[in-house]
Design a protein around this ligand. Structure first.
Ligand code: FEO
Length: 170
């Protein structure tokens, strides 16, 4: 049995992960409009990963006989003034998501819900990677994104990102 507070936070987290997918899909759409198909691809893959995160939590709740309660997904703010703006928004968002995962972990710890803590370990590690990926992309853009040739090369690199299913097996 999972602690009720943890169940509630996990249900909220499903909505947050779906919001993340929405946010990254919107960013992919922005870059598609701007003709940067590599950036579009990178964020489209990111959106797919966020869907996976939501589905992993859904599966965990169902497998533990807990009810999944779907909430409303907000529309992200996406009025970007330049190519770098979505990158900064991504890093801030991932830092926020890390704080949400930490909150669920803390609730599981308080209630001695060791099963949920073990499940959340994967998300704790994943958030480290998510923040690093977002920060790396900002760094690359700062280094190479300011001239047309560098931007073209970076766009080509980002076009190579391929979707892979999550490593977590429930
Ligand atoms: Fe699901 Fe990007 O955190």
């Amino acid at each position: 049995m999972i602690d009720k507070a943890v169940v509630s936070l996990m249900n909220e987290q499903i909505v947050k992960e779906l919001y993340s997918a929405y946010l990254y899909l919107g960013i992919a759409n922005y870059y598609a409009d701007e003709g940067l198909s590599g950036f579009e691809n990178w964020f489209y893959v990111q959106a797919q990963e966020e869907m996976d995160h939501a589905m992993l939590i859904r599966r965990y709740l169902i497998d533990n006989n807990e009810k999944v309660v779907l909430g409303q997904i907000e529309t992200p703010e996406q009025d970007y003034q330049d190519f770098s703006a979505p990158l900064g928004q991504s890093l801030s968002h991932e830092q926020f998501v890390t704080s949400l995962i930490n909150n669920i972990y803390a609730a599981a710890q308080t209630s001695k819900d060791y099963r949920s803590m073990q499940f959340l370990d994967w998300f704790v590690k994943e958030q480290g990677e998510e923040e690093k990926n977002a920060a790396d992309l900002i760094r690359k853009f700062e280094l190479f994104g300011s001239d047309a040739k560098g931007l073209y090369m970076l766009d080509q690199e980002l076009a190579a990102r391929a979707y892979a299913p999550p490593s977590l097996v429930l």
